[in-house]
Design a protein around this ligand. Structure first.
Ligand SMILES: *Cc1c(COP(=O)(O)O)cnc(C)c1O
Length: 420
């Protein structure tokens, strides 16, 4: 079925007399009459619930919906986008291993990869996403377990060259993981372009209403662990799971992630947040169309404005990622854009404080338009030179375009620019 249908129908299949939408199953535990029934669950011989740290029916509905939207074999709901990324890495990498990551990733992900992973003995080798394949490939060695990228990078708005990375990963038989948060499956399904693992911060567009923190990991089910030779943890028995060999399971990555990582780290999504995120996804396809249309119009308006130095949105013809966006994001390029106000930090503050409809927030990607000035908030400790190196000019304003009427958003920007 098509994406609009999956958004409203996938993930939950009520039987006669059941609630039409997934009930919030607010229970830590589940009852069984026969000892063997529970033993079979522990042995992964049958499906069912025994403890909500491992699986929960409401979380399962959301997992089923996102798995269907991404065309994956299974999905695992996590407590946040950060825990989803961390657990995806831990599923395949341990001390002595390394991963590759695009340098253009979300700030939290950058911190996790550059600071916290090394403390656990996992090295992250960053690469410039615009570098030629040969340069990126050089970073791969026998202990490389994953290559990580974002479909649309937050906040640099770099669009991923899927073919380039997929080819490298296929040649080296290494997992290709994609953070699809800012594109969502409504605009791009990374599996179609060779990705093996897809992660999301569902706190953004999937929930869509800034109501529930969450993350999700999708196993596309298209990676041959036995053939790769890179993943002994998948081809040798897991003694902590009665000698289970993950590569022999129907969904090796997803099984190991839940049976080992969710079991040991416990960063599962809460039923309440899963419920909100599930309901949010009902309108995902509709919302992403509107976010994209609005952002496209606002980007064109800003580009023509004399008080604006530059605008970044992949819908703009002169944007360096316009070609990649036409190839991978033909149905819309999402609601995230950034622009530079002519002048200094003071002008940015004047502009932002002059806004009436658009609010100042660190959050992005929900129904309401919001702005952030990184140089005076998230990046305020950096010097002017450091800001340049981080690709965050002092006059950069990040705008997350909501689903209000585009005319009203433009009017608000217009009146605020008049004050500058
Ligand atoms: C917000 C975000 C994250 C982190 O997600 P949380 O739910 O805040 O933990 C990861 N990746 C991207 C692209 C994000 O925008």
């Amino acid at each position: 079925m098509k994406i609009d249908t999956l958004c409203v129908q996938a993930g939950y299949d009520p039987k006669t007399g059941d609630a039409r939408i997934p009930p919030i199953c607010q229970s830590t535990t589940y009852v069984y009459e026969k000892t063997q029934d529970m033993a079979d669950l522990f042995d992964l011989k049958s499906d069912g619930y025994f403890y909500s740290r491992l699986a929960n029916p409401t979380v399962a509905a959301f997992e089923g919906k996102v798995a269907a939207l991404e065309g994956g074999a299974c999905a695992i709901g996590c407590s946040s986008g950060m825990s989803a990324t961390a657990l995806a890495v831990f599923t395949v990498a341990g001390a002595g291993d390394n991963i590759l990551s695009s340098a253009a990733v979300y700030g939290g992900t950058y911190n996790l990869f550059s600071t916290t992973l090394p403390k656990l003995g996992i090295e992250c080798r960053f690469f410039d996403p615009d570098a030629p394949a040969k340069e990126i490939e050089k970073l791969i060695d026998g202990r490389t377990k994953m290559v990580f990228c974002e479909t649309i990078a937050n906040p640099s708005i770099v669009v991923l060259d899927f073919d380039k990375i997929a080819k490298i990963c296929a040649e080296h038989r290494v997992l290709f993981a994609v953070d699809n948060t800012l594109a969502t499956p409504a605009l791009c399904r990374p599996k179609q372009f060779g990705a093996n693992i897809i992660v999301h911060s569902s706190s953004k567009y999937l929930d869509g209403h800034a109501a529930a923190l969450g993350g999700i990991i999708v196993d596309a089910g298209n990676f041959d662990f036995a053939a790769s030779g890179r993943y002994p943890a998948f081809t040798t028995p897991d003694e902590s799971y009665h000698g289970l060999v993950y590569a022999e399971q129907p969904v090796p990555f997803g099984t190991k992630c839940r049976a080992q990582m969710i079991r040991d780290f416990g960063a599962i999504m809460s039923p309440q947040n899963a419920f909100l995120s599930y309901i949010g996804c009902d309108t995902l396809a509709l919302r992403m169309k509107k976010h994209s249309e609005n952002a496209k119009r606002i980007a064109a308006y800003l580009e023509a404005h004399p008080k604006i130095d530059w605008v970044k949105h992949p819908s703009l013809k002169d944007n360096p990622y316009h070609g990649l966006a036409e190839k991978y994001l033909p149905d819309g390029q999402g609601g995230m854009l950034s622009f530079g106000i002519a002048g200094n930090v003071q002008k940015c503050a004047e502009f932002m404080e002059g806004l009436k409809l658009i609010t100042q927030e660190t959050h992005v990607a929900d129904v309401r338009s919001c702005v952030l000035h990184p140089a005076s908030t998230t990046h305020r400790q950096l010097s002017e030179e450091d800001l340049k190196a981080a690709g965050v000019p002092h006059n950069l304003i990040r705008l997350s375009v909501g689903i209000e009427d585009a005319d009203d958003i433009i009017d608000d920007i217009e009146q605020a620019l008049k004050r500058v």
